[in-house]
Write a protein that binds this ligand. Sequence first.
Ligand code: GRF
Length: 204
Amino acid sequence: ARVVVLVSGSGTNLQALLDAAAERDPAGRPYGAEVVAVGADRDGIEGLRRAERAGVPTFVTRVRDHATRAEWDLALADAVAAHRPDLVVSAGFMKIVGAAFLSAFGGRTINTHPALLPSFPGAHGVRDALAHGAKVTGCTVHFMDAGVDSGPIIAQEAVAIHEEDDEETLHERIKDVERRLLVDVVGRLARDGYRIEGRKVHIP
Ligand code: GRF
């Protein structure tokens, strides 16, 4: 499967996908998902440099280069479409996509979020779980829809919150789990296919 990854930051989830594509699973099967392009909403981020080091084409579609948010959304959809992806992965991409993007790629765009949805959606999932005094949080890989972290859930894994955790230590522990979960989910979707029925995602 051809995968376009969207990033806004350090890109360690992207790196995990790049690394997985270069390997085979214990049964000797190829990973099945190839990162064919990496897109970002800003320049100068480590995520883009990771793509460049891996020899993967990149593109940047910035909101401020467009007259309206809808035009940005359309430009993003066009830039992604140019790489003919089977799947799009939002991996730390800090933008909500709009109608044009979803009409082109809804149902095949997944997002990874550092909390157990539907708890703690939004840009500060780790901070919000800590502030709430939760004892367990985790990560969620889900299909993207028009809402904020609200689409059908594909997979989740729990991470315990420790007494001494701050946002950084907790986020790092979540990201260790998140990278593994994302690599697993993208590989399964790519190799085995999937079906979305309402809020349920079936992978054969
Ligand atoms: C991840 O925790 C992702 O869920 C998010 O931001 C982080 C991105 O990390 N919202 P990286 O850029 O993949 O290192």
